[in-house]
Design a protein around this ligand. Structure first.
Ligand SMILES: Nc1ncnc2c1ncn2[C@@H]1O[C@H](COP(=O)(O)OP(=O)(O)O)[C@@H](O)[C@H]1O
Ligand SMILES: [Mg+2]
Length: 447
């Protein structure tokens, strides 16, 4: 059982839902695998990085994905996270997001870093697990509404292949049974101390229930009913900071506090100490996740200094940057440098470059996207879209898919036709074309 309140947001996640991994086997990238197409060199480099991360050899280093817009930098960062495993936090931040009126930029970076570090916690708990043989509720009138009956307690008969026992429990468990609609033949797990009740599924031996969709049938439990079980769940350091910061506060602060909660350095230190103790006791394990920072040129010199220190710390995530700039000014200075990154920082960075896509790659990526979004398109319309991608950019033809659905609908076509693509291309411009036009008329705009 895993509870995963990893609250990392991922911008435009829908944009990349087709990506399941890097699609690299034994160090070689297949042209199309795991939802990734082409960009072979970058994917193979990313694969090496994944191996290094898994062996703990990336400590104190960062990765930079450098390439033009729409060449799959975000896609590759996400694929790296997928390769690392489902419990590995992936947090995404855009360089411009650190400038906020409410929080200091170092605070925003600190939170992002702590969100990107997972703590896998192991806990042994005494549980009651068995197939429900009989449920008897004792109902009594509601204290405020005597016309309503509420369960005051419940007596449950549970069984495994070894034994059958009766348990009595209070209102909480009784309510949990009613709310989860637990019936005879279901298999339940109850935490002995807290009474937390989980329905695990329906016993394979129980009569089939046709009225409930998505019912999972599982083997009836074996062995004793009362036993110790290990629970593993992953929280981020930031989750732990938050819960520590909220300790002793009113319940209302849980609803109204939100992210504005003040997390002091003392709280973070306390959390670090607690986690270290757990690790020594073998109850927890650190899982460094991925912090993806896009638009790296938006970070200023202070932010880089902060990240530099963070990378030195013993609990650091894997930082992946993305940049589509060449030589540019380091923000907050007059100094120019590659990607706007300070030179001393560049020393820590492994750079992977992504190249503009070939026609074949554009075609396959478009095909993937069209299939994923259940879009119907005629062959010549598809060819036109590929052509637009080649002449402009992959990003352009991908972004046109949205308006294309609307246009086809307006034209009464249930499949996108070539005329729809022509119309979309007339109505919406690629950024290069729009920039050219603006440039051409700049003088006119200025007067
Ligand atoms: N190699 C690839 N294989 C499959 N899909 C890709 C690939 N490269 C990019 N995409 C898809 O194309 C779109 C643009 O790529 P993205 O990763 O956002 O580019 P960038 O971050 O470099 O601007 C996204 O929907 C992405 O999932
Ligand atoms: Mg991107």
């Amino acid at each position: 059982m895993a509870i995963r309140p990893l609250d990392g947001k991922f911008e435009r996640i829908g944009f990349h839902t087709h990506i399941r991994g890097l699609g690299v086997r034994n160090g070689k990238a297949e042209f199309m695998a795991d939802g990734m197409v082409g960009q072979v060199k970058a994917r193979e480099a990313a694969y090496i990085v994944v191996q290094m991360i898994k062996k703990g050899k990336m400590a104190g280093r960062a990765i930079l994905l450098a390439g033009p817009p729409g060449t799959g930098k975000t896609a590759i960062a996400l694929a790296i996270a997928k390769e690392l495993g489902k419990d590995v936090p992936f947090i995404s931040l855009s360089g411009s997001e650190i400038y906020s009126t409410e929080l200091k930029k170092t605070e925003i970076l600190m939170r992002a870093i702590r969100r990107a570090i997972g703590v896998r916690i192991k806990e042994i708990r005494e549980v009651i697990e068995g197939e429900v043989k009989k449920i008897e509720y004792k109902m009594s009138p509601h204290p405020y509404n005597p016309y309503q009956q509420i369960p005051e307690s419940v007596t449950i008969t549970l069984a495994t292949d070894q034994e059958e026992r009766r348990f009595s429990a209070g209102t909480d468990v009784a309510m949990a049974f009613l709310q989860q609609n637990i019936r005879e033949g279901d298999i339940v797990l109850i935490d002995r101390e807290t009474g937390r009740t989980t329905k695990l599924g329906r016993s394979k031996n129980a009569p089939k229930s046709f009225d409930i969709e998505g019912e999972v049938y599982i083997d009836p439990p074996k062995g004793p009913i009362i036993k110790e079980r290990e629970f593993i769940y992953t929280l981020s350091l930031h989750d732990l900071d938050l819960s520590r910061a909220r300790r002793g506060e009113s319940v209302l602060s849980l609803f109204f506090g939100g992210e504005r909660e003040e997390i002091t350095n003392e709280i973070r230190q306390e959390v670090d100490e607690i986690v270290k103790k757990w690790i020594e006791e073998g109850r927890a394990e650190i899982i460094p996740g991925v912090l993806f920072i896009d638009e790296i040129h938006m970070l200023d010199i202070e932010a880089f200094a902060f990240l530099n220190r963070a990378l030195e710390s013993e609990m650091a995530p894997i930082i992946i940057f993305a940049s589509n700039r060449g030589i540019t000014k380091i923000r907050g200075t007059e100094i120019e440098s590659p990607h706007g990154i300070p030179i001393d920082f560049l020393d820590r960075i492994l750079i992977i470059s992504t190249d503009p896509y070939t026609e074949k790659e554009i075609r396959e990526i478009l095909k993937l996207k069209i299939k994923e979004e259940n879009i119907e398109i005629e062959d010549d319309a598809f060819e036109e879209l590929v052509k637009l991608g080649v002449e402009n950019s992959l990003r352009y033809s991908l972004i046109l898919l949205g308006p294309l659905k609307e246009i086809a609908e307006l034209n009464g076509n249930d499949k996108i036709k070539k005329e729809d693509v022509d119309r979309a291309a007339k109505l919406f411009l690629d950024y290069r074309k729009s920039a050219e036009i603006v440039k051409k008329y700049e003088k006119l705009f200025l007067v």
